[in-house]
Design a protein around this ligand. Structure first.
Ligand SMILES: Cc1ncc(COP(=O)(O)O)c(C=O)c1O
Length: 469
Protein backbone atom coordinates (compact mmCIF):
# COMPACT_ATOMS: atom_id res chain seq x y z
CA UNK A 1 0.00 0.00 0.00
CA UNK A 2 2.80 2.37 0.86
CA UNK A 3 4.39 1.94 -2.53
CA UNK A 4 1.22 3.20 -4.25
CA UNK A 5 0.99 6.45 -2.37
CA UNK A 6 1.57 9.48 -4.60
CA UNK A 7 4.58 11.67 -4.19
CA UNK A 8 3.38 14.95 -2.73
CA UNK A 9 5.07 18.23 -3.43
CA UNK A 10 3.48 20.10 -0.51
CA UNK A 11 3.40 19.36 3.20
CA UNK A 12 0.98 16.52 3.74
CA UNK A 13 -1.65 16.33 6.45
CA UNK A 14 -2.23 12.70 7.38
CA UNK A 15 -5.22 11.69 9.39
CA UNK A 16 -4.26 8.74 11.54
CA UNK A 17 -7.42 6.90 12.54
CA UNK A 18 -7.60 4.51 15.42
CA UNK A 19 -9.46 1.26 15.18
CA UNK A 20 -12.56 0.95 17.31
CA UNK A 21 -10.84 -1.36 19.75
CA UNK A 22 -8.17 1.28 20.26
CA UNK A 23 -5.53 -1.01 18.91
CA UNK A 24 -2.77 0.22 16.61
CA UNK A 25 -3.51 3.22 14.35
CA UNK A 26 -4.85 2.25 10.93
CA UNK A 27 -1.97 4.07 9.26
CA UNK A 28 1.45 4.04 10.81
CA UNK A 29 4.02 6.63 9.96
CA UNK A 30 7.23 4.76 9.46
CA UNK A 31 10.35 5.39 7.45
CA UNK A 32 8.49 3.93 4.51
CA UNK A 33 6.33 7.10 4.50
CA UNK A 34 8.93 9.70 4.02
CA UNK A 35 7.18 11.87 1.47
CA UNK A 36 9.31 13.52 -1.06
CA UNK A 37 9.27 17.31 -1.26
CA UNK A 38 10.54 17.15 -4.81
CA UNK A 39 8.51 19.55 -6.92
CA UNK A 40 6.50 17.93 -9.65
CA UNK A 41 6.25 21.06 -11.75
CA UNK A 42 3.23 20.98 -14.03
CA UNK A 43 4.24 20.87 -17.70
CA UNK A 44 2.29 24.04 -18.51
CA UNK A 45 3.94 25.89 -15.63
CA UNK A 46 7.30 24.65 -16.86
CA UNK A 47 6.57 25.91 -20.38
CA UNK A 48 5.80 29.38 -19.02
CA UNK A 49 8.90 29.27 -16.80
CA UNK A 50 11.00 28.35 -19.83
CA UNK A 51 9.68 31.39 -21.72
CA UNK A 52 10.40 33.68 -18.77
CA UNK A 53 13.61 31.99 -17.65
CA UNK A 54 16.15 34.49 -18.93
CA UNK A 55 14.13 37.56 -17.97
CA UNK A 56 13.86 39.70 -14.88
CA UNK A 57 10.27 38.45 -14.43
CA UNK A 58 11.38 34.81 -14.40
CA UNK A 59 14.10 35.53 -11.84
CA UNK A 60 11.72 37.40 -9.54
CA UNK A 61 8.88 34.85 -9.48
CA UNK A 62 7.89 33.45 -6.11
CA UNK A 63 7.56 29.75 -5.40
CA UNK A 64 3.84 30.00 -6.22
CA UNK A 65 4.65 32.22 -9.21
CA UNK A 66 6.81 29.45 -10.63
CA UNK A 67 4.23 26.72 -10.00
CA UNK A 68 1.17 28.56 -11.29
CA UNK A 69 -0.13 28.16 -14.85
CA UNK A 70 -3.34 28.68 -16.74
CA UNK A 71 -4.84 25.24 -17.36
CA UNK A 72 -6.05 24.07 -20.73
CA UNK A 73 -9.23 23.16 -18.90
CA UNK A 74 -12.80 24.40 -18.94
CA UNK A 75 -12.03 28.09 -19.56
CA UNK A 76 -9.48 27.58 -22.34
CA UNK A 77 -11.51 24.82 -24.02
CA UNK A 78 -14.74 26.81 -23.97
CA UNK A 79 -12.95 29.87 -25.37
CA UNK A 80 -11.76 27.61 -28.22
CA UNK A 81 -15.27 26.26 -28.68
CA UNK A 82 -16.75 29.77 -28.76
CA UNK A 83 -14.74 30.39 -31.92
CA UNK A 84 -15.11 27.01 -33.64
CA UNK A 85 -18.15 25.08 -32.36
CA UNK A 86 -20.58 25.48 -35.27
CA UNK A 87 -23.15 22.83 -34.39
CA UNK A 88 -23.41 23.05 -30.62
CA UNK A 89 -21.38 24.47 -27.79
CA UNK A 90 -21.71 22.18 -24.80
CA UNK A 91 -18.75 23.54 -22.86
CA UNK A 92 -19.53 26.23 -20.32
CA UNK A 93 -21.72 25.99 -17.24
CA UNK A 94 -24.23 28.69 -18.16
CA UNK A 95 -27.83 28.19 -19.29
CA UNK A 96 -29.03 29.05 -22.80
CA UNK A 97 -32.51 28.94 -24.26
CA UNK A 98 -33.55 29.90 -27.80
CA UNK A 99 -29.91 30.77 -28.52
CA UNK A 100 -29.85 33.39 -25.76
CA UNK A 101 -28.45 33.42 -22.26
CA UNK A 102 -31.11 32.85 -19.65
CA UNK A 103 -31.44 35.85 -17.33
CA UNK A 104 -33.95 36.79 -14.64
CA UNK A 105 -36.19 39.74 -15.56
CA UNK A 106 -35.59 41.38 -12.21
CA UNK A 107 -31.84 41.32 -12.79
CA UNK A 108 -32.19 42.60 -16.35
CA UNK A 109 -34.51 45.38 -15.25
CA UNK A 110 -32.04 46.58 -12.62
CA UNK A 111 -29.27 47.16 -15.18
CA UNK A 112 -31.26 48.38 -18.21
CA UNK A 113 -28.22 49.69 -20.11
CA UNK A 114 -26.77 46.19 -20.51
CA UNK A 115 -27.84 43.12 -22.49
CA UNK A 116 -28.08 39.69 -20.80
CA UNK A 117 -24.53 38.70 -21.77
CA UNK A 118 -23.14 41.94 -20.37
CA UNK A 119 -24.98 41.37 -17.11
CA UNK A 120 -24.92 37.69 -16.37
CA UNK A 121 -22.38 35.84 -18.53
CA UNK A 122 -19.04 34.93 -17.02
CA UNK A 123 -16.35 37.44 -17.99
CA UNK A 124 -13.04 36.11 -19.35
CA UNK A 125 -10.48 35.35 -16.64
CA UNK A 126 -8.39 38.43 -17.52
CA UNK A 127 -11.46 40.64 -18.01
CA UNK A 128 -13.45 41.92 -20.99
CA UNK A 129 -11.08 42.78 -23.80
CA UNK A 130 -12.92 45.98 -24.70
CA UNK A 131 -12.54 47.30 -21.15
CA UNK A 132 -8.87 46.29 -20.96
CA UNK A 133 -8.02 47.92 -24.30
CA UNK A 134 -9.77 51.14 -23.30
CA UNK A 135 -7.91 51.24 -19.98
CA UNK A 136 -4.62 50.81 -21.83
CA UNK A 137 -5.47 53.68 -24.21
CA UNK A 138 -6.29 55.86 -21.22
CA UNK A 139 -3.00 54.93 -19.52
CA UNK A 140 -1.13 56.29 -22.54
CA UNK A 141 -3.29 59.42 -22.58
CA UNK A 142 -2.73 60.16 -18.88
CA UNK A 143 0.99 59.29 -18.90
CA UNK A 144 2.58 61.04 -21.83
CA UNK A 145 6.06 59.53 -21.32
CA UNK A 146 4.65 55.98 -21.29
CA UNK A 147 5.38 53.88 -24.36
CA UNK A 148 2.22 51.77 -24.73
CA UNK A 149 3.99 49.40 -27.12
CA UNK A 150 6.39 48.32 -24.41
CA UNK A 151 3.84 47.30 -21.77
CA UNK A 152 1.38 44.44 -21.38
CA UNK A 153 -2.33 44.67 -21.85
CA UNK A 154 -3.82 45.49 -18.42
CA UNK A 155 -5.47 42.52 -16.70
CA UNK A 156 -8.78 43.30 -15.02
CA UNK A 157 -9.07 42.20 -11.40
CA UNK A 158 -11.73 42.75 -8.71
CA UNK A 159 -10.28 45.95 -7.20
CA UNK A 160 -6.80 47.25 -6.44
CA UNK A 161 -6.48 45.16 -3.29
CA UNK A 162 -6.86 42.07 -5.47
CA UNK A 163 -4.31 43.49 -7.93
CA UNK A 164 -1.76 43.98 -5.16
CA UNK A 165 -2.49 40.61 -3.61
CA UNK A 166 -2.20 38.77 -6.95
CA UNK A 167 1.08 40.56 -7.70
CA UNK A 168 2.24 39.48 -4.25
CA UNK A 169 1.27 35.88 -5.08
CA UNK A 170 3.42 36.01 -8.22
CA UNK A 171 6.52 37.62 -6.76
CA UNK A 172 6.58 37.19 -2.98
CA UNK A 173 7.05 34.25 -0.67
CA UNK A 174 8.66 33.58 2.69
CA UNK A 175 12.09 34.19 1.21
CA UNK A 176 11.27 37.68 -0.09
CA UNK A 177 11.64 41.09 1.44
CA UNK A 178 9.59 44.10 0.46
CA UNK A 179 10.80 47.66 0.78
CA UNK A 180 7.89 49.86 1.71
CA UNK A 181 7.27 53.35 3.04
CA UNK A 182 6.70 54.13 6.70
CA UNK A 183 3.91 55.03 7.24
CA UNK A 184 1.98 53.01 4.67
CA UNK A 185 -1.46 51.60 3.97
CA UNK A 186 -2.06 48.99 6.68
CA UNK A 187 -3.31 46.32 4.28
CA UNK A 188 0.25 45.84 2.95
CA UNK A 189 1.10 44.15 6.26
CA UNK A 190 -1.66 41.62 5.74
CA UNK A 191 -0.95 41.04 2.06
CA UNK A 192 2.83 40.79 2.05
CA UNK A 193 3.47 39.83 5.67
CA UNK A 194 0.65 37.56 6.74
CA UNK A 195 -0.57 36.10 3.44
CA UNK A 196 2.76 35.74 1.64
CA UNK A 197 5.05 35.38 4.66
CA UNK A 198 7.47 38.00 3.33
CA UNK A 199 9.53 40.38 5.43
CA UNK A 200 8.55 44.04 5.33
CA UNK A 201 11.36 46.57 5.54
CA UNK A 202 9.67 49.86 6.37
CA UNK A 203 11.72 52.93 5.62
CA UNK A 204 10.67 56.35 6.95
CA UNK A 205 9.75 58.14 3.72
CA UNK A 206 8.87 61.59 4.90
CA UNK A 207 10.49 64.45 6.67
CA UNK A 208 8.45 66.91 8.67
CA UNK A 209 7.02 69.47 6.31
CA UNK A 210 9.52 68.72 3.57
CA UNK A 211 9.54 66.01 0.93
CA UNK A 212 10.94 62.52 0.58
CA UNK A 213 13.70 61.33 2.83
CA UNK A 214 15.79 60.40 -0.20
CA UNK A 215 19.09 59.80 1.58
CA UNK A 216 17.55 57.14 3.82
CA UNK A 217 15.61 55.66 0.92
CA UNK A 218 18.73 55.42 -1.24
CA UNK A 219 20.79 53.89 1.56
CA UNK A 220 18.15 51.25 2.34
CA UNK A 221 17.65 50.37 -1.33
CA UNK A 222 21.38 50.01 -1.95
CA UNK A 223 21.70 47.80 1.11
CA UNK A 224 18.90 45.61 -0.17
CA UNK A 225 20.51 45.48 -3.62
CA UNK A 226 23.46 43.59 -2.09
CA UNK A 227 21.18 40.52 -1.89
CA UNK A 228 20.84 40.61 -5.69
CA UNK A 229 17.12 41.40 -5.65
CA UNK A 230 15.13 44.46 -4.68
CA UNK A 231 11.36 44.38 -4.35
CA UNK A 232 9.68 47.65 -3.52
CA UNK A 233 6.26 49.21 -3.48
CA UNK A 234 5.68 52.85 -4.29
CA UNK A 235 2.31 54.41 -3.55
CA UNK A 236 1.87 57.96 -4.83
CA UNK A 237 -0.29 59.87 -4.04
CA UNK A 238 0.35 58.13 -0.78
CA UNK A 239 -2.06 56.73 1.74
CA UNK A 240 -1.78 57.97 4.49
CA UNK A 241 0.57 60.91 3.90
CA UNK A 242 -1.06 62.37 0.77
CA UNK A 243 2.36 62.98 -0.80
CA UNK A 244 3.53 62.72 -4.41
CA UNK A 245 7.23 63.36 -5.18
CA UNK A 246 8.35 66.50 -6.93
CA UNK A 247 9.85 66.10 -10.39
CA UNK A 248 13.36 66.41 -8.91
CA UNK A 249 12.66 63.78 -6.25
CA UNK A 250 11.19 61.43 -8.85
CA UNK A 251 14.29 61.86 -11.03
CA UNK A 252 16.56 60.97 -8.14
CA UNK A 253 14.50 57.93 -7.18
CA UNK A 254 14.53 56.73 -10.78
CA UNK A 255 18.30 57.29 -10.98
CA UNK A 256 18.87 55.27 -7.79
CA UNK A 257 16.85 52.35 -9.15
CA UNK A 258 18.69 52.52 -12.45
CA UNK A 259 22.07 52.46 -10.70
CA UNK A 260 20.97 49.45 -8.67
CA UNK A 261 19.89 47.62 -11.83
CA UNK A 262 23.13 48.55 -13.59
CA UNK A 263 24.97 47.11 -10.59
CA UNK A 264 23.42 43.69 -11.34
CA UNK A 265 20.44 43.45 -9.00
CA UNK A 266 16.95 42.59 -10.27
CA UNK A 267 14.37 45.16 -9.27
CA UNK A 268 10.62 44.71 -8.90
CA UNK A 269 8.66 47.93 -8.45
CA UNK A 270 4.98 47.72 -7.64
CA UNK A 271 3.33 51.08 -8.35
CA UNK A 272 0.14 51.38 -6.33
CA UNK A 273 -1.52 54.22 -8.23
CA UNK A 274 -4.86 54.13 -6.39
CA UNK A 275 -5.13 57.91 -6.05
CA UNK A 276 -3.76 58.75 -9.49
CA UNK A 277 -4.69 62.14 -10.90
CA UNK A 278 -5.41 63.97 -7.66
CA UNK A 279 -2.33 66.21 -7.88
CA UNK A 280 -2.84 69.66 -6.36
CA UNK A 281 0.59 71.25 -6.85
CA UNK A 282 2.39 71.99 -10.12
CA UNK A 283 5.84 70.87 -8.90
CA UNK A 284 4.85 67.26 -8.15
CA UNK A 285 4.95 64.66 -10.91
CA UNK A 286 1.60 64.25 -12.57
CA UNK A 287 2.40 60.87 -14.08
CA UNK A 288 2.85 57.42 -12.65
CA UNK A 289 6.46 56.41 -12.00
CA UNK A 290 5.52 53.29 -13.96
CA UNK A 291 5.85 55.30 -17.19
CA UNK A 292 9.58 55.70 -16.76
CA UNK A 293 10.34 52.53 -14.81
CA UNK A 294 8.69 50.27 -17.38
CA UNK A 295 11.26 51.32 -19.99
CA UNK A 296 14.26 52.06 -17.81
CA UNK A 297 16.45 48.96 -17.61
CA UNK A 298 16.37 45.28 -18.46
CA UNK A 299 16.70 44.32 -14.83
CA UNK A 300 13.70 46.39 -13.75
CA UNK A 301 10.19 44.94 -13.83
CA UNK A 302 7.48 47.51 -13.09
CA UNK A 303 3.95 46.49 -12.18
CA UNK A 304 1.22 49.10 -12.26
CA UNK A 305 -1.81 48.54 -10.09
CA UNK A 306 -4.57 51.04 -10.66
CA UNK A 307 -8.27 51.34 -11.32
CA UNK A 308 -11.39 53.44 -11.03
CA UNK A 309 -11.83 52.89 -7.26
CA UNK A 310 -10.52 56.28 -6.09
CA UNK A 311 -9.51 57.81 -9.41
CA UNK A 312 -13.03 57.72 -10.81
CA UNK A 313 -14.85 57.82 -7.48
CA UNK A 314 -16.20 54.29 -8.02
CA UNK A 315 -15.15 52.55 -4.82
CA UNK A 316 -17.69 49.72 -4.81
CA UNK A 317 -17.42 48.90 -8.51
CA UNK A 318 -14.59 46.53 -7.56
CA UNK A 319 -12.47 46.89 -10.66
CA UNK A 320 -8.71 47.18 -10.74
CA UNK A 321 -6.01 46.59 -13.34
CA UNK A 322 -2.55 45.00 -13.27
CA UNK A 323 -0.14 46.02 -16.04
CA UNK A 324 3.46 44.85 -16.51
CA UNK A 325 6.31 46.75 -18.09
CA UNK A 326 10.01 46.06 -18.56
CA UNK A 327 12.63 46.94 -21.14
CA UNK A 328 13.54 43.26 -21.32
CA UNK A 329 10.07 41.85 -21.98
CA UNK A 330 8.72 41.12 -25.46
CA UNK A 331 5.16 40.19 -26.34
CA UNK A 332 5.69 36.43 -25.80
CA UNK A 333 7.08 37.15 -22.33
CA UNK A 334 4.03 39.26 -21.49
CA UNK A 335 1.79 36.45 -22.77
CA UNK A 336 3.50 34.01 -20.40
CA UNK A 337 3.35 36.41 -17.46
CA UNK A 338 -0.32 37.14 -18.11
CA UNK A 339 -1.04 33.40 -18.19
CA UNK A 340 0.59 33.11 -14.76
CA UNK A 341 -1.55 35.97 -13.47
CA UNK A 342 -4.61 34.34 -15.02
CA UNK A 343 -3.73 31.14 -13.13
CA UNK A 344 -3.70 33.17 -9.91
CA UNK A 345 -7.10 34.68 -10.77
CA UNK A 346 -8.61 31.38 -11.91
CA UNK A 347 -7.53 29.68 -8.69
CA UNK A 348 -8.90 32.39 -6.39
CA UNK A 349 -11.92 34.34 -7.71
CA UNK A 350 -12.03 32.78 -11.21
CA UNK A 351 -13.06 36.10 -12.79
CA UNK A 352 -14.30 39.55 -11.80
CA UNK A 353 -17.86 40.85 -11.76
CA UNK A 354 -19.28 41.14 -15.30
CA UNK A 355 -21.76 44.06 -15.01
CA UNK A 356 -19.10 46.34 -13.54
CA UNK A 357 -16.64 45.71 -16.36
CA UNK A 358 -19.39 45.97 -18.97
CA UNK A 359 -20.39 49.37 -17.60
CA UNK A 360 -16.89 50.81 -17.27
CA UNK A 361 -16.27 51.76 -20.94
CA UNK A 362 -19.51 53.75 -21.06
CA UNK A 363 -18.72 55.41 -17.73
CA UNK A 364 -15.23 56.40 -18.88
CA UNK A 365 -16.29 57.72 -22.27
CA UNK A 366 -19.49 59.48 -21.20
CA UNK A 367 -18.91 63.24 -21.76
CA UNK A 368 -20.30 64.00 -18.29
CA UNK A 369 -17.53 61.99 -16.64
CA UNK A 370 -14.68 64.40 -17.39
CA UNK A 371 -16.76 67.41 -16.32
CA UNK A 372 -17.90 65.84 -13.04
CA UNK A 373 -14.43 64.47 -12.28
CA UNK A 374 -13.03 67.98 -12.72
CA UNK A 375 -15.65 69.29 -10.30
CA UNK A 376 -14.84 66.66 -7.66
CA UNK A 377 -11.16 67.37 -8.17
CA UNK A 378 -11.74 71.08 -7.48
CA UNK A 379 -13.75 70.22 -4.36
CA UNK A 380 -10.90 68.12 -2.96
CA UNK A 381 -8.28 70.63 -4.01
CA UNK A 382 -10.13 73.44 -2.21
CA UNK A 383 -10.15 71.36 1.00
CA UNK A 384 -6.45 70.59 0.56
CA UNK A 385 -5.66 74.29 0.10
CA UNK A 386 -7.66 75.22 3.16
CA UNK A 387 -5.76 72.74 5.35
CA UNK A 388 -2.40 73.88 3.96
CA UNK A 389 -3.41 77.46 4.73
CA UNK A 390 -4.52 76.53 8.24
CA UNK A 391 -1.23 74.79 9.05
CA UNK A 392 0.90 77.55 7.50
CA UNK A 393 -0.98 80.38 9.19
CA UNK A 394 -0.91 78.88 12.69
CA UNK A 395 2.16 78.66 14.92
CA UNK A 396 3.89 75.25 14.72
CA UNK A 397 2.03 72.82 16.96
CA UNK A 398 4.23 71.34 19.70
CA UNK A 399 2.67 67.88 19.40
CA UNK A 400 1.57 67.60 15.75
CA UNK A 401 3.88 67.74 12.74
CA UNK A 402 2.18 67.48 9.36
CA UNK A 403 3.87 65.05 6.98
CA UNK A 404 4.37 66.63 3.56
CA UNK A 405 1.19 66.44 1.51
CA UNK A 406 0.19 67.72 -1.91
CA UNK A 407 -2.22 65.17 -3.43
CA UNK A 408 -4.84 62.49 -2.90
CA UNK A 409 -7.49 62.05 -0.22
CA UNK A 410 -5.50 62.43 3.01
CA UNK A 411 -3.05 64.30 5.19
CA UNK A 412 -1.29 62.90 8.23
CA UNK A 413 0.15 64.30 11.45
CA UNK A 414 3.17 62.78 13.14
CA UNK A 415 2.42 62.85 16.87
CA UNK A 416 5.35 63.98 18.99
CA UNK A 417 5.34 63.00 22.66
CA UNK A 418 1.73 61.81 22.56
CA UNK A 419 0.11 58.62 21.34
CA UNK A 420 -1.79 58.89 18.08
CA UNK A 421 -4.15 56.18 19.28
CA UNK A 422 -4.87 58.09 22.47
CA UNK A 423 -5.51 61.25 20.47
CA UNK A 424 -7.83 59.31 18.16
CA UNK A 425 -9.78 57.99 21.13
CA UNK A 426 -10.05 61.44 22.72
CA UNK A 427 -11.30 62.94 19.47
CA UNK A 428 -13.84 60.18 19.04
CA UNK A 429 -15.08 59.60 22.56
CA UNK A 430 -15.08 63.19 23.82
CA UNK A 431 -15.81 65.10 20.66
CA UNK A 432 -17.46 62.66 18.26
CA UNK A 433 -14.76 63.09 15.61
CA UNK A 434 -13.48 60.07 13.69
CA UNK A 435 -9.87 59.88 12.50
CA UNK A 436 -7.47 56.99 11.88
CA UNK A 437 -4.40 56.21 14.00
CA UNK A 438 -1.58 54.47 12.12
CA UNK A 439 0.25 52.83 14.98
CA UNK A 440 1.12 55.08 17.89
CA UNK A 441 2.82 57.77 15.80
CA UNK A 442 0.55 58.89 12.97
CA UNK A 443 -2.95 60.35 12.83
CA UNK A 444 -4.59 60.38 9.38
CA UNK A 445 -7.31 62.79 8.40
CA UNK A 446 -9.37 61.94 5.30
CA UNK A 447 -10.26 65.42 4.08
CA UNK A 448 -11.92 63.69 1.13
CA UNK A 449 -14.89 63.02 3.38
CA UNK A 450 -15.14 66.34 5.31
CA UNK A 451 -16.93 69.39 3.88
CA UNK A 452 -14.71 72.44 3.52
CA UNK A 453 -16.86 74.55 5.87
CA UNK A 454 -16.24 72.05 8.69
CA UNK A 455 -12.47 71.94 8.29
CA UNK A 456 -11.65 75.02 10.38
CA UNK A 457 -13.50 73.75 13.45
CA UNK A 458 -12.16 70.23 12.90
CA UNK A 459 -8.52 71.33 12.77
CA UNK A 460 -8.95 73.71 15.74
CA UNK A 461 -10.37 70.81 17.72
CA UNK A 462 -7.54 68.47 16.74
CA UNK A 463 -4.93 71.10 17.68
CA UNK A 464 -6.62 71.81 21.02
CA UNK A 465 -7.14 68.16 21.94
CA UNK A 466 -3.54 67.24 21.05
CA UNK A 467 -2.16 70.16 23.06
CA UNK A 468 -4.16 69.11 26.13
CA UNK A 469 -2.96 65.49 26.12
C1 LIG B 1 -2.98 52.79 -1.07
C2 LIG B 1 -4.17 51.96 -1.40
N1 LIG B 1 -4.02 50.91 -2.22
C3 LIG B 1 -5.05 50.13 -2.55
C4 LIG B 1 -6.31 50.35 -2.05
C5 LIG B 1 -7.41 49.39 -2.39
O1 LIG B 1 -8.31 49.81 -3.36
P1 LIG B 1 -9.57 48.92 -3.73
O2 LIG B 1 -10.71 49.45 -2.92
O3 LIG B 1 -9.78 49.10 -5.20
O4 LIG B 1 -9.29 47.51 -3.41
C6 LIG B 1 -6.51 51.43 -1.17
C7 LIG B 1 -7.84 51.64 -0.58
O5 LIG B 1 -8.04 52.28 0.42
C8 LIG B 1 -5.43 52.25 -0.84
O6 LIG B 1 -5.55 53.29 -0.01
Amino acid sequence: MAARLPVYNRPLIILITKKADDAAPALLLTDAFVFSHTTNMNDLAQELNDVLEATVAGRLLSDLGRRIYFPKGIIAQSAEAKKNARLANATIGMAYQNDALVVLSALRKSVPALNPEEIAAYAPTAGLEKTRLLWKDLLAEKNTTLDPNRISLPVLVPGLTAGISYSADLFFDQHSTIFISEPCWDNYDLIFGERRGSTLVKVPFFEDGRGLNLDSIEEALKKMAQTGQVRLLLNFPSNPSGYTPTRAEAERLIAVLKTIAEGGADVLVLCDDSYFGLFYEPESIHESLFSRLSGLHERILAVKIDGPTKEHFAWGLRIGFVTFGSLSLEQHHYDALLKKLMGIIRSSVSCANTPAQSLLPDILTDPRTAIEKAQYFETLKARYQFIKGFIDSNPPHPRLKALPFNSGYFMTFRCVGISAELLRQELLNRHGVGTIAFGSEYLRIAFSSVEKEHLESLYRLIYKTAAAL
